[in-house]
Design a protein around this ligand. Structure first.
Ligand code: KG4
Ligand code: ZN
Length: 333
């Protein structure tokens, strides 16, 4: 039985994994409402809210799973990447609990968690997997060669895909986080209305770049006197199409090159319906299997951290535990 904690950003989350890799509870407290007011996350505010919520959320996760401390065999916690202050709240809490209850700890890479979320319902594992992680902080293509054996093969050179969604949403007058708002607006828009750039498509690598696209949208918006709802929908649809073209093209290219047993799509942006549909169609065409993160595990949560821990044989004492805000997938290979 594993009690898992995730506090890398603006969600305070705890989960219990047991009975084989089953999610027995998965609870979280989101700070979204607070960050809407500032149009984004203020790290110091996020840390303080983590501190207020962490113990109640752990209590709730244990109650919902109907377990007590005597049932817990192991603790798991996100060690990075993420925001330093919020990460520290989870890590120091788990450190104290591990010491008090004499429990081993499995440190988990947040991005590995996003990939294990895609494998929640897997009955057998066939490596290698090719993982596309698209979140507010990361856009990475990762080769998963075995449990917790990762090789980073491509990443964004500037903005993450989710970050681009959030910044463009702001330009169009939508609240934070912008991903869901853009995808909703895009449903009524024409994806060919504006010809936005698809950066690095002609380059023979698996990297991405989204900051030029964001600037192109800004320049376009500056030429428009009044943003009516149809113009906003067209801008949203054209922007979204440009992001998805780049993500799909590079993922298909990486799949052709590395011939994975399946492609995994994880991270908050994996909630985007158009991305899911387009990637599925492109991979079907090439006869690659796609495993998408279940929608309830797409954005940050602790179940994915517990699932990743379940397949890890790394346990450390609480005194060896520390945060690494810039922990990379490359470091785990
Ligand atoms: O993985 P996540 O919950 O947190 C990070 O680790 O960053 O991802 C959050 C990101 C935000 O940028 C949000 O705008 C984006 O995921 N997102 C979406 C959608 N839902 C969430 N982006 C595009 N379309 C969506 N439907
Ligand atoms: Zn995440």
């Amino acid at each position: 039985m594993i009690l898992a904690v995730e506090t890398s950003c603006d969600e305070t989350a705890a989960a219990v994994i047991g009975d084989g890799p089953k999610v027995l509870s998965n609870v979280l407290s989101s700070q979204m409402k607070v960050h809407v007011a500032t149009g984004g996350i203020v790290p110091e505010v996020a840390s303080r809210l983590q501190l207020e919520m962490i113990i109640p959320i752990i209590d709730q996760a244990m109650q919902k799973a109907n377990v007590t401390w005597s049932n817990i065999d192991r603790l798991a916690v996100t060690e990075g990447p993420g925001l330093n202050g919020p990460l520290l709240v989870g890590v120091e809490t788990v450190k104290a609990l591990a010491y008090a209850r004499d429990l081993p700890v499995t440190p988990v890479n947040h991005l590995a968690g996003h990939l294990y979320a895609c494998l929640r319902d897997a009955t057998e594992f066939r490596f290698p997997y090719l993982g596309l992680i698209v979140s507010g902080g990361h856009t990475e293509l990762v080769l998963m060669k075995g449990h917790h054996q990762f090789e980073l093969i491509g990443e964004t050179r500037d903005d993450a895909a989710g970050e681009a969604f959030d910044k463009v949403a702001r330009l169009l007058g939508f609240p934070y986080p912008g991903g869901p708002e853009i995808s909703k607006a895009a449903e009524n828009g024409n994806p060919n209305a504006y010809d936005f750039p698809r950066a690095m498509l002609d380059q023979d690598n698996f990297d991405f770049s989204f900051s030029g696209l964001k600037s192109a949208v800004r320049r376009e918006v500056e030429t428009i006197d009044e943003l009516d709802s149809q113009t906003i929908a067209n801008l949203a649809a054209s922007f979204q199409a440009a992001v998805i073209d780049a993500l799909v093209a590079k993922t298909v290219r990486a799949a052709q090159h590395h011939k994975p047993a399946a492609v995994l799509l994880g991270g908050g942006v994996a909630a985007n319906t158009e991305l899911r549909t387009r990637l599925q169609a492109a991979l079907d065409n090439e006869a690659f299997m796609l495993r998408i993160t279940p929608k309830d595990l797409a954005t940050d949560n602790a179940a994915m951290i517990g699932l990743a821990a379940y397949y890890s044989n790394k346990t450390i004492s609480p005194f060896e535990l520390s945060v690494d805000p810039s922990l990379s997938m490359a470091a785990t290979f």
